[in-house]
Write a protein that binds this ligand. Sequence first.
Ligand code: GDP
Ligand code: IMO
Ligand code: MG
Length: 422
Amino acid sequence: MSKGKVDALLGIVFGDEGKGKVVDVFTPKYDIVARFAGGPNAGHTIIFEGKKFVLRSIPSGIFAEDKVNIIGNGCVIAPDLFMAEARELEAAGYDLRSRLHISKRAHLILPTHRVLDRAYEAAKGKNKVGTTGKGIGPTYSEKASRTGLRVGDILDGFETKYKTLKARHEEILRNLNYTDYDITNEEKLWMEGVEYMRSFPLTDTEIEINKALREGKSVLAEGAQGTMLDIDHGTYPFVSSSSTVCGGVCTGLGVAPNSIGEVFGIFKAYSTRVGSGPFPVELFDETGDKIREIGHEYGAVTGRNRRCGWVDLVALRYAIMVNGVTQLIMMKSDVLDTFPTIKVCVAYEKDGVRTTDMPFDTEGWQAVYEELPGWQTELTKMTSEAEFPQAFRNYVKYLEQQLETPITILSVGPDRAQTIVR
Ligand code: GDP
Ligand code: IMO
Ligand code: MG
């Protein structure tokens, strides 16, 4: 934790690395936890004291009663889904209204944005992105084309603004011949969600955060998605539509680059990807199935099978570079407990050409592997590094050497308690 600074915790692969779990573990050390990008396409799982929560738009710092949580200007928010998520937390006894602040500059996901998401995907034929269907792409596109609606808009003359934008969407949908949809019920809930959101502090969160920083307070920026899904640095066009990288923290919260402190890069002891797009380390065999089964690699938002493979050093090195990662956090080490050997992708190869740099397009590249012995020991009950088997230590050391970055936290199970700080 750095006083007067924003530390960033970023997924550095294809998302679902375990960001929610670690943000929850880190929160007691920080004054403010803030989401800076994405929306309900995220699914962040937090498990403690026999309880499990999956958060979509609300930051994972919400379980520590005295901390301010912020949904920053770089996020997109669906009022109906936000209401459902917040009500679930309220029903579980968490008081949100005084300490969950929403940026007036965050963009609103309309029901028709979700229809557009489906319509654009349908029109793509074989090249579907495999989106979460939450309207993310259309909402960010509209932000960039300067026609979107923002949270602050619900405070003044909202009805007219909403109707105008909805009519525009309906026209686009008619032009796409995508008319078989009915948002009547969805829209009712959405409007209810807008009313509900009005009872939360809708603020200029960038001013609030900067004031806190000047007072020497500490902020944790919670990433969503991962670097390989970043709009600029991911496997375009098979990406999400926001800046998921460290630069996105600055634009998505309104903080200066020199206010960034530590950059925690979080990854799993293996790789997963959900949705379409190139994935050189993907395993189509029973090893891949075994990783999926043991790691419960099914999407937290859509329930889809996550594609599984070995850890990818080409992707990790690239992500460490573009984010300026200062510390690594390795999750789900326990999932590999039973494997006799562990592979690591050290390079990509295509048409006799080998590279360790991330290519412009990862389609068609084959992974080149090195193999390490597995530890074949259960890690889940271990509480300190001293208990780790030698083969696991060797795996960690190998990754640190290859990535030239220290791995300072190791996670050995989904529970808050199964986290080992080195
Ligand atoms: P996020 O989107 O980055 O927050 O990650 P998700 O919540 O989508 O996916 C991570 C999944 O792995 C969740 O089901 C977590 O409960 C689980 N998880 C997190 N850390 C560990 C770990 O160290 N071991 C195991 N077995 N599961 C973990
Ligand atoms: P968290 O925060 C994993 C993927 C989708 C799809 C692509 C674009 O839980 O790590 P979108 O709906 O954003 O337009 O979909 O990005 N995707 C994620 N994959 N974890 C996520 O979030 C994701 N958010 C989006 O599957 O391939
Ligand atoms: Mg997730």
